[in-house]
Design a protein. Structure first.
Length: 68
């Protein structure tokens, strides 16, 4: 997302979701989901960006997505 909204369509509304993924090696085979991300996505076109959950929080993520 840029300063004027989504970089794909220009829409100015976004929402977030949390996801967890497996890593590589043994955790992949044991289905241990220890990588946590916040997904910020455009509510119009679905363009998405992933943010490492341990490094960012709440509204700061939305600010990053819109270039604020």
């Amino acid at each position: 997302m840029g300063k004027n909204g989504c970089v794909k369509c220009g829409h100015t509304e976004a929402q977030t979701k949390e996801i967890a993924t497996t890593g590589t090696g043994l955790s992949r085979y044991l289905d241990v989901q220890h990588n946590h991300f916040t997904v910020v996505y455009c509510t119009n076109c679905g363009y998405s960006e992933l943010y490492n959950k341990s490094s960012s929080r709440g509204s700061n993520i939305i600010d990053l997505f819109f270039g604020g």
